[in-house]
Ligand binder design. Structure first.
Ligand SMILES: [Zn+2]
Length: 446
């Protein structure tokens, strides 16, 4: 029997890799700065080259930051944890194994709240990044070069449960996670440079099922939210077509081909046993005391949702302004820097006015100094008016409009807006919110 297309639904889980921006690498003292290195292989040593005798020493900061991320996601923080070796061969992995975490990750469980419900986090663990292969043509010969500047950079992996059911939901979740990482200031999470890499795993079920399909297809190393969405759409259609033929899609790893706008098969999926995981013998297991974990919890900064509530309350912003500002950290800093300037306060310029300027008129958030923006706002839009001058104009307007005053007293809120408009005719350059507040205050005393 043929099943209607509409009844199929994708079941999506995500794996996200985030490079931590610690000063040094994960297991050695080499500088962690692969994107700005002047030359390949300049930040390397026997440990991150994987030479015999190199001994790994874990980076304390990287472990702290991984735990902080887990806390921000509401994970349970392990009191006992360890590193493991995951064996596989690839030229960018000189040791022949990657140091990662298998069965005792630093953080397990947790969730991110989204508009479509909670997306559960399965685990958050810490590992090392690999080197980078560069494919080039030199003197008409195709060659592959290896740069180990990235080898051993601390890499956090976040794994979700398959709680996502559309490309839009995947995008929303990823944006939220990206925001959390940025607020914690533990990574640049720059998708283009590859310091945040995305891997959706996708299968398809009949809507309403409660059994996760027995297969899944993983799409590796995607570098934009848009491509994740496109890969999900592509895979969904591909799986439905296979299922309609009465077959089951093959469990495999695929890659996203930007040029073809399609996924392409890379390899049939390995099972965990193929990697011969075993505990890393050169790094003793780690134990964390309750005191250590609680001390770390105190370092957890405010995250976007909390900052949004704060600025809405403190500056009378609307929900839209709050949302836009917290979505863009440089924009938020410019707003916060400007709104707290004494000159802005003296000029009685409201937070909403500043938010509007920052959102609508500024194009270079990190390149604009708050003081310059403040001067611009004060100079162009708002004329400083003394309290007594404003009061005199308002009293005059109230006297000339007794009906509006009595309407307001009778509960007609709109009348305050009318009176504000009348005042503004005489003081056209004064901030409307400032006038409205002053009008309401004057109405109380009439
Ligand atoms: Zn090194």
């Amino acid at each position: 029997m043929k099943v209607n297309n509409m009844q199929y639904e994708p079941v999506i889980g995500l794996e996200i890799h985030v490079e931590l921006k610690t000063k040094s690498k994960m297991f050695c003292g080499c500088k962690n700065d692969p994107f700005y290195a002047e030359k390949p292989n300049m930040y390397t040593c026997p440990v991150c080259f994987g030479l015999p005798g190199g001994l790994p020493v874990p980076n304390k900061k990287a472990i702290e930051w991984t735990i902080l991320l887990g806390m921000a996601l509401g994970s349970t923080i392990a009191s006992f944890s360890k590193f493991d070796r995951k064996h596989y061969f690839y030229p960018d992995l000189a040791k022949g194994y990657q140091i990662t975490q298998f069965d005792e990750p630093f953080c397990s469980g947790g969730f991110i709240k989204t508009s479509f419900g909670n997306v559960r986090i399965r685990r958050v663990h810490l590992e090392e990044d690999t080197g980078k292969l560069i494919h080039k043509t030199i003197v008409e010969k195709k060659v592959t070069l290896i740069d180990f500047n990235r080898s051993g950079v601390p890499l956090v992996e976040i794994v979700t449960e398959p709680d996502i059911h559309s490309s839009e939901q995947a995008k929303e979740f990823l944006k939220k996670l990206h925001q959390i990482v940025r607020y914690l200031e533990i990574s640049d999470a720059d998708l283009e440079k590859g310091s945040m890499r995305l891997e959706p795993n996708i299968s398809v079920w009949i809507k309403g099922s409660n059994e996760i399909p027995a297969y899944k297809v993983e799409v590796k190393n995607i570098n934009s939210f848009k491509f994740v969405a496109a890969a999900i759409e592509y895979e969904f259609k591909r799986h439905v077509a296979i299922l309609e033929e009465g077959k089951v899609p093959v469990q495999e790893t695929r890659g996203w081909d930007e040029g073809k706008n399609a996924t392409v098969s890379q390899r049939k999926k390995e099972g965990a046993s193929d990697y011969r995981y075993f505990p890393e013998p050169d790094i003793p297991p780690l134990r964390f005391t309750k005191e250590y974990i609680e001390a770390l919890r105190n370092k957890l900064p405010k995250l976007a949702d909390e900052v949004k509530d704060d600025i809405i309350k403190a500056y009378g912003l609307n929900d839209y302004q709050g949302t836009i500002l917290v979505e863009n950290v440089p924009m938020l800093s410019l707003f916060q820097g400007t709104v707290s300037l004494p000159s802005i306060q003296q000029a009685n310029i409201s937070g909403t006015t500043i938010a509007n300027w920052v959102i609508n008129k500024v194009t270079d958030f990190s390149g604009t100094a708050p003081i310059d923006l403040a001067n611009q706002i004060i100079g162009s839009k708002t004329v400083v008016v003394s309290d007594s001058e404003l009061k005199a104009v308002i009293l005059n307007v109230l006297e000339e409009n007794p009906k509006a005053v009595s309407d307001y007293k009778a509960g007609k809120e709109q009348s305050a807006m009318f009176l504000m408009g009348m005042v503004r005719r005489q003081l056209p350059n004064v901030d409307t919110n400032v006038i409205l507040e002053a009008v309401k205050a004057a109405l109380k005393n009439v």
